[in-house]
Design a protein around this ligand. Structure first.
Ligand code: FAD
Length: 416
């Protein structure tokens, strides 16, 4: 393959989620000079925050696929990843592409950081939450500070945090760098944006401490190995999952199905019941979408171990003990009833990424009515990967990214 791609070709990958990382890994293994840019402080995208939902057996939730990918990347270090990098301009040039970027260097230098964790654990109260820990131990950096937040702090606060680091790894004044890169090929893998539950006004998300998003629940389970109520740290005795939050909602202008939410709620519910057989799980749904591997098997198990209620709740009220009361139509009783829950989890959908209009306009892409992107008829050297094209789960994003890398390699080979 390296002969096919000689002289060495260059490919720029934008977006460091599972799709971008997979495509970049595949291409660099073929001998392509690959560079990946990611706007966040960590690579891995949303997939890196997924918790394993295994009970006494694997439920094929795909969480470990992300972990395997990150481990491979940390061992092989096959291509350069530019974190904290924002794109300024992009366009076609000399039969390839030219893009210009602004990169903020890391506040915590990963070369000096020994992962001792002092900055994270002993962070002064006024700067709580400032130091971020990567969702996976395979990620580098492992501790980070958002440079834009950092530079907004007064110098005294910066100094106090800086002096905590025994390695002197904290840079008090990181300075933005501008740079540009020309490449033969371009892979866009900028992913999706989770639905903002505040936009679903009827749910009054901000009012309830114990109403959280599916993403929040995943992070909680991943970090602590158990779930708890935000208000008091207590394990919930009953949990409601509310499906289709932001998706299949024509009032919000989002008619599409996010595809991953039913699988998420049923697998997560099974994991919660497995961890604590006393917990009652109720899933409010419109209809169950059976995407993903072995769905039928665990759907039937879910029907035995959890309550599945056809219909989404209408009204939400605060109830004693920071509980959430919600009213819904009970098919059995044939009337509207009220249920009270220790915790409500909103299964938020996958929305188009905020950069989609920028790429559509600068690279002549096609946006569908929901805002997801596709290529026009011919788009030499340009490939899309992952959820930039529409909702996908991790396994689909990885498979699609491998195919995208294959298409790119063929294009580069044909062009030699
Ligand atoms: C609540 C929830 C639960 C889920 N549960 C599951 C599950 O149980 N199993 C499963 O398989 N899937 C699940 N998913 C789906 C899974 O998260 C996605 O399939 C996966 O993250 C898609 O990867 P991606 O690389 O396409 O996008 P992303 O994960 O969105 O990654 C895109 C990356 O691009 C970066 N980026 C964006 N714009 C720019 C830019 N302009 N410049 C540079 N970088 C940029 C982003 O910062 C991000 O790191 C869930 C999703 C949600 C929301």
């Amino acid at each position: 393959m390296s002969e096919l791609l000689s002289p060495q070709k260059r490919v720029l990958v934008i977006g460091g989620g599972v799709a971008g990382l997979t495509a970049a890994l595949e291409l660099s293994r073929m001998g392509v000079d690959t560079r990946l840019v990611e706007k966040g402080v960590f690579a891995g995208g949303h997939g890196a925050y997924l918790a394993c939902k295994a009970t006494d057996r694997c439920l094929k939730c795909n969480g470990c696929l992300v972990e395997d990918l990150l481990r491979t990347l940390s061992e092989e270090r096959p291509f350069e990843i530019k974190l904290q990098t924002e794109i300024g301009s992009i366009g076609r040039k000399n039969g390839g592409f030219r893009a210009a970027f602004k990169t903020m260097p890391p506040v915590i230098d990963p070369e000096k950081c020994t992962r001792c964790g002092v900055c994270f654990e002993k962070c002064p109260p006024e700067s709580k939450g400032m130091v971020l820990r990567a969702p996976s131990r395979h990620l580098r950096p492992y501790y980070a500070i958002d440079p834009h937040v950092w530079l907004g702090l007064d110098p005294d606060r910066r100094k106090r945090l800086e002096s905590l680091c025994p390695e002197g790894a904290i840079d008090p004044n990181p300075t933005e760098m501008s740079w540009a890169w020309e490449s033969d090929g371009l892979i866009l893998a900028t992913g999706f944006e989770p639905f903002d539950p505040g936009d679903k006004k009827a749910y009054r998300f901000e009012r309830f401490e114990n109403m959280i998003t599916a993403e929040h629940l995943d992070m909680m389970l991943r970090e602590r190995g158990r779930i708890h109520r935000v208000s008091d740290g207590r394990a919930p005795e009953n949990v409601a999952f509310i499906q289709c939050v932001g998706s299949r909602d024509t009032a919000l202008g989002h008619g599409f199905c996010s595809r991953i939410c039913c699988g998420f709620a049923l697998r997560m519910g099974l994991r919660l019941v497995h961890d604590d057989p006393g917990v009652e799980v109720t899933v409010f749904y419109m209809d169950i979408q059976n995407f993903g591997k072995d769905f039928d098997r665990y759907y039937h198990e879910a029907r035995e171990k959890m309550r599945l209620v056809l219909g989404l709740p209408g009204d939400f009220y605060a109830s004693e003990g920071d509980r959430i009361a919600l009213s819904y139509y009970d098919e059995g009783a044939q009337r509207t009833v009220t249920g009270e829950f220790d915790m409500a989890v909103l299964s938020i959908g996958l929305m188009p990424g905020p950069a989609n209009p920028f790429f559509r306009d600068n690279l002549d892409l096609v946006a569908d009515e929901d805002g997801f992107l596709s290529l026009p008829g011919s788009a030499d050297g340009l490939v899309l990967a992952g959820t930039i094209e529409g909702p996908l789960d991790v396994a689909e994003s990885i498979a699609g990214a491998k195919a995208a890398a294959g298409r790119m390699a063929k294009y580069l080979g044909d062009r030699k």
